[in-house]
Ligand binder design. Structure first.
Ligand SMILES: Nc1ncnc2c1ncn2[C@@H]1O[C@H](COP(=O)(O)OP(=O)(O)OP(=O)(O)O)[C@@H](O)[C@H]1O
Length: 281
């Protein structure tokens, strides 16, 4: 008997997302479909305005699809929930009047998941994972941008969500810090094996962070291709293979692929293209 394939953890199925204002309608995505499996690091990659953030908000349950469905564990997403936590780009996502530890404890307490003592233990465990134990009693304004993002990551992971959603979480950091955050995120993933959906417009970042990449075409976003990318490490960015992968993705994103215009193409799934495999050390 052949083994039963694991069903995807998250299914984005023919999802169109539309903003309606009094004067106009903006179609942010058009019939986007992809699956995310347990412990995937799925990256949504595309140019500015192609609907990446809107898709992430829809997965988080903040926006309802105009068409299609988003399912988590086979159940339609019908609003925000503690099983999907978002880490944003902005450094001000941490309430400044709470200490670092209180920030991490807050959603655990507010959701009624844990009592104060367990929440404190859980918060301390995740602060240790992101290397911030020494700063547990500090307030956010005393931390660097990278440290604030580490707190946001610890706070999200402490909730042990089914999916961690990250919207360009390192885009506002300097290049060196961003690089270190990539390394740390991957080390954390090695340890915790969480499921990640990560939004970026950087091809290099997508290749380093993702094991799978969904390429979105420009506005309105449609899935142009899906790629498998096995953990290129940052120190390999100079390699010819890495640069070739970047060029190939660039062509896929921006060159005319002969696709029919929006509303005509009814292909349910984009092709899956394998890039040369590299293991994350
Ligand atoms: N609140 C809103 N009301 C109306 N239109 C919006 C709103 N938010 C986004 N849009 C539009 O939806 C489209 C997709 O925006 P979105 O922010 O999802 O793109 P993105 O790919 O995340 O871009 P970026 O990389 O610049 O953040 C854009 O055309 C944008 O102008």
């Amino acid at each position: 008997m052949s083994p039963i394939p694991h069903s995807p953890l998250l299914q984005v199925d023919g999802v169109s997302l539309v903003y309606r204002t009094a004067v106009q309608e903006v179609r942010a995505t058009h019939q986007v479909s992809f699956d995310v499996h347990e412990a995937d690091r799925f990256v949504l990659l595309g140019a500015s305005g192609c609907g990446k953030s809107t898709l992430l908000k829809a997965i988080a349950g903040f926006i309802e699809p105009a068409e299609g469905e988003i399912r988590l564990d086979g159940q339609a997403v019908q609003g925000p929930g503690p099983d999907r936590i978002v880490v944003f780009q902005e450094f001000d996502q941490l309430p400044p009047w709470k200490t670092v530890r209180e920030n991490v404890m807050f959603p655990l307490l507010a959701s009624g998941r844990l009592r104060r003592r367990e929440a404190r233990e859980r918060a301390d465990a995740y602060l240790e994972k992101v290397g911030l134990s020494r700063f547990a009693d500090a307030h956010p304004h005393t931390l660097s941008g990278g440290m604030k993002q580490r707190v946001a990551i610890a706070r999200a992971l402490a909730m042990q969500p089914r999916v961690l959603l990250m919207d360009e979480p390192f885009a506002a950091l300097d290049a060196l810090t961003r690089r270190r955050m990539h390394e740390e995120l991957l080390a954390l993933w090695d340890e915790v094996r969480f499921t990640l959906v990560f939004v970026t417009h950087s091809i290099e970042e997508a290749l380093v962070v993702g094991n799978r990449i969904g390429l979105l075409s420009p506005h309105p976003g449609r899935v142009r291709a899906e790629l498998n990318s096995q953990g290129w490490t940052l120190d390999r960015q100079g390699e010819a293979g890495f640069q070739a992968a970047v060029q190939r993705i660039h062509r896929l994103l921006f060159e005319d692929t002969g696709q029919a215009p929006t509303g005509v193409d009814t292909t349910p799934r984009a092709p899956v293209i394998a890039l040369p495999e590299r293991r994350h050390a």
